[in-house]
Design a protein around this ligand. Sequence first.
Ligand code: ASP
Ligand code: MG
Length: 484
Amino acid sequence: MKVMKFGGTSVGSVNSILSVKRIVESAGEPVIVVVSALGGITDKLINTSKMAAAGDSAYEGEFREIVYRHVEMIKEVIPAGAGQVALQRQIGELLNELKDIFQGIYLIRDLSPKTSDTIVSYGERLSSIIVAELIDEAKWFDSRTFIKTEKKHNKHTIDADLTNQLVKEAFHSIPKVSLVPGFISSDKVSGDVTNLGRGGSDYTAAIIAAALDASSLEIWTDVDGFMTADPRVISTAYTISELSYVEATELCNFGAKVVYPPTIYPVCHKNIPIIIKNTFNPDGVGTVIKQETSNPQSKAIKGISSINDTSLITVQGLGMVGVIGVNYRIFKALAKNGISVFLVSQASSENSTSIGVRNADADLACEVLNEEFAKEIEMGEISPILAERNLATVAIVGENMKHTPGIAGKLFGTLGRNGINVIACAQGASETNISFVVDSKSLRKSLNVIHDSFFLSEYQVLHPPLTGNRFQFAIVLVSRRCSD
Ligand code: ASP
Ligand code: MG
């Protein structure tokens, strides 16, 4: 048995949803299919509820578009007849409920988190019953009855033990095709509808795959898999055929939006491979994520990811040297205020600690740190804390970096030769990731030169120039680099 998850774009258009039907029906083993809402619907549900809460009557027009998308989809993909009529009726009932909820919000001008969670759940509830009708012999399951959350730190978090047990019970016998709405869940105490966070359908699929010891978890999306770099920036980026769980986690936690980061852990734990596939190019190889990748000698790094939204905050001062507890106080103050830190760098002199945060968190981070160290700042032991904004963080990722000398040398040498200044850098002892911060204006160039430096020869093997003339090919790349 395998689990297949189809994202919003895969179920978002007539052609793609018909392709989903073909892909599922040709599987040679029982499958559990997890689907997202039709592409763009979750955003639209959120937007419509915000408009209604703000008293903007134009929310009705937005709502009508939501109705239209679903009704038209059914007309196009479900053959006319009793099945289509029954499905239109079922969808109509759900949409009527939704209409009443929007009207209630509009009348009382209030949108609580609970109401918002209820509204977004309709996206997956609607899409999943359409796909269940579309696919031969598919049986629909309600994920709210077995994906259970509890409230922790004001967030809905999965109750793994309870969910595992309930998933096993729900699927004690597995039909040929099971159809499950992704993303949605319910609170284990109140039963209120909750969800696993934006992009959470991947996570639903992973939880089910792990609980049932599936042979594999397939994530069907609109790209061929993980790429060596962002293809919108690097035209020569190509699909990575294999990644380890660690590498995939590093890449998707940081910039690469191919899978929702929490997805990897449950299946990694059970050693179930994740296969990323493209619904729009089902014959493509995709990316396989597993424990051990074959040919470990192949490449030092597997991919480059980046975040163009970085502020660097540096706590520095001679008064910090050798003082115990400075870092403890920095992280405590940030954590108490809900600020996430994604990069830390401290030199061994202990004279400064730099931390990378999102631009939106920079003001608050400075404020709480200036407050925490007010006494030391007044005494001149620590300098007033300021943020350097509009920076970008780049990470190179690969498990083969471990114990391989020269990777950092090659990286920083390449940046230096191209006149790119590194503002801060960090490498953990796990040696699977080297991250560095540059001015955002240098991001494009940094990605280009690093990608060329680590992947160009590989790219040439995979995509030999049409003319067969390597020299000409090199000139094209060099000129692109100069014009960047
Ligand atoms: N529909 C939800 C979202 O757009 C969940 C998902 O697609 O995975 O975030
Ligand atoms: Mg997604």
